[in-house]
Design a protein around this ligand. Structure first.
Ligand SMILES: CC(C)(COP(=O)(O)OP(=O)(O)OC[C@H]1O[C@@H](n2cnc3c(N)ncnc32)[C@H](O)[C@@H]1OP(=O)(O)O)[C@@H](O)C(=O)NCCC(=O)NCCS
Length: 160
């Protein structure tokens, strides 16, 4: 079994640095979840903030690869000091290690330090429990909607 250790999260520069984020996003959203490449590569990468999580990866044959990108997240700045969280993905072999949570916490910290008061996200409906554990809430009146063909729900973290 593959083992991941030494996780760290780094902010990426656009456009040079985001190749690592795109590798993870394509593996998860396009290859695993079957979203189209066109919907994945939308026009919001420019002007957004990007982070990637890196690990040392121990392969089954005992070899070790250093600094392997295993997760990513993006923040789109919106008017009125609102931040939109999106494109959160962790490679399926690296799930359950709190890497997703670490990425969201990094984004929340960044928002706090940079005077964003609200974070909004569109959760894939089956993932809402993940965000609820981090303090995001579905506000009264929010309804399930379809985005890129799958059910989503808006969630908020206010007064951060
Ligand atoms: C959703 C995702 C990012 C979670 O990443 P992860 O690193 O595996 O999650 P973590 O290990 O940080 O999980 C933290 C906690 O959330 C829980 N959790 C994880 N996925 C969950 C889900 N789908 N529903 C409810 N809870 C979930 C974990 O059990 C853990 O809970 P615990 O503290 O009680 O042990 C990952 O599963 C993923 O990339 N999925 C595919 C892409 C995707 O769906 N992205 C989100 C689009 S909205």
């Amino acid at each position: 079994m593959v083992r991941y250790t030494n996780v760290s999260v780094r902010q990426l520069d656009f456009p040079k640095g985001i190749d690592d984020a795109l590798k993870v996003r394509i593996a998860v959203f396009v290859e695993e979840q079957k979203y189209t490449l066109e919907s994945e590569l939308d026009n919001h990468d420019e002007g957004s903030y990007h982070w990637a999580a890196y690990c040392d990866k121990e392969n089954e044959d005992g070899s070790i690869e250093k600094n392997v990108p295993v997760g990513t997240i993006r923040m789109i700045p919106k008017p009125g000091n609102i931040a939109k969280l999106g494109r959160l993905a962790v490679l399926n072999t690296a799930r359950g290690l709190y890497i997703g949570q670490l990425l969201v916490k990094e984004l929340i910290d960044f928002c706090k330090k940079n005077d964003y008061h609200t974070i909004v996200l569109h959760s894939q409906y089956p993932r809402r429990g993940f965000y609820a554990k981090l303090g995001f809430v579905i506000e009264q009146g929010e309804e399930i909607f379809s985005e890129d063909g799958t059910p989503h729900i808006r969630m908020f973290m206010r007064n951060i």
